[in-house]
Design a protein around this ligand. Structure first.
Ligand code: TUI
Length: 331
């Protein structure tokens, strides 16, 4: 069962599901598994050295014939080198976070690389559309890691009204109900991060996966507001220390204390001293399963939510047809 939308055509994928390109978390193993299952796998570059990201891209290419992408975190100091290397290696698409990728867009697109920037506001989305973005990923503040101010529920419909390119909804989506809700808000697809942290193929430390499985609804907190780069994490010893520094308005100390802490959690499994970046929907995850099963489950739940039967339309239905049916039901 698959739902076609504008984004499945743009990216050449089966399901309108993009995997979040999480730094120190979304390595080639996860990206290849998601792409092999018909979604869009994304390697998270974060602060990764250029040669390591090059190796990651080559490993993903060896593991899948399907399209996959790279997420570039624009705050990283060697971003120009990373872009240059991505231009040399080639990937199907680049997603970007934490800034405006406008100046890199012409070169990437000249190589046939689609650009899908993450935008937390309508103003930035409009600028990115004018700069030629292929789609916009609207990320609500339910998401993990570095976040904007608006919730997914409020951001997505406004983005859909503000731009005419496809909008991907991100932040707080962990199951088929969330995917269906994103489509109801007018999105053409979803980006899912936290749920894929609990994919079998995700290479983060097993201790972090166990923390995610144990998380309850109020177990995340946003730290670092005083730095201008607020970050959502699972509550732990580090987050409490960072909160105290936030209250004391000590942004430099927060930056210093946060350095290297994401890798400490994700790679070494330090769940007290490390930064456990994760979205609010961590509490909705109760099982570690292969990425292909996650995608199958999301696609099935989406179809159930939308009242489709397996036999409908040769098991595939377009977004336009879905909207036509919804209108028919309403009459
Ligand atoms: O980028 C993310 N999530 C991230 S990046 C990251 S690594 C990091 N670590 C410490 C501090 C900062 C980052 C962990 N999680 N999500 C996408 C996202 N992009 N969220 C918010 C934004 C964003 C913010 C401002 C995008 C564009 C933007 O533009 C400002 C402007 O107008 O240039």
């Amino acid at each position: 069962m698959a739902l076609r939308s504008r984004i499945t055509s743009v990216l050449g994928i089966e399901h309108p599901i993009i995997q979040g390109g999480m730094a120190w978390t979304a390595t080639w193993e996860l990206a290849a598994a998601v792409s092999n299952a018909g979604g869009f796998g994304v390697i998270g570059a974060g602060h990764m050295p250029t040669d390591l990201l090059r190796d990651q891209i080559r490993s993903a290419k060896a593991a899948t014939d399907r399209p996959f992408g790279v997420n570039l975190m624009l705050l990283t100091p060697h971003i120009d080198d990373l872009v240059q290397m991505v231009l040399e290696e080639g990937v199907a698409a680049v997603t970007t976070g934490a800034g405006n990728p406008g100046k890199y867009m012409p070169a990437l697109q000249a190589k046939g690389i689609k650009v899908l920037p993450i935008a937390p506001s309508t103003a930035l989305a409009r600028r990115l559309e004018q700069a030629g973005a292929d789609a916009i990923i609207g990320e609500g503040m339910e998401a993990g890691g570095h976040i904007g101010e608006l919730t997914t529920m409020v951001l997505i419909p406004q983005l859909v009204d503000a731009v005419s390119i496809p909008v991907i909804a991100a932040g707080g989506i962990a199951d088929g109900r969330g995917v269906a809700a994103a489509f109801a808000l007018g999105a053409d697809g979803v980006q899912i991060g936290t749920r894929f942290m609990c994919a079998s193929e995700c290479t983060i430390h097993p201790a972090v996966k166990q923390r995610l499985l144990k998380a309850k609804d109020r177990d995340t907190v946003v730290t670092g507001y005083s730095t201008g780069h607020p970050v959502r994490v699972l509550k732990n010893k580090l987050s409490r220390e960072l909160e105290a520094l936030d209250r004391a308005n000590e942004p430099e100390k927060i930056e210093a204390m946060g350095a290297g802490k994401l890798a400490l959690a994700m790679r070494q499994g330090d769940c007290d001293g490390g930064s456990l970046m994760a979205g609010q929907c961590a509490s909705m995850i109760d099982e570690i399963m292969p990425a292909a099963d996650i995608i199958r489950e999301l696609a099935f739940e989406l179809m159930v939510q939308r009242g489709l039967k397996d036999s409908d339309e040769g098991r595939t239905i377009s977004n336009e047809e879905m909207h036509r049916r919804i209108k028919t039901w309403q009459k």
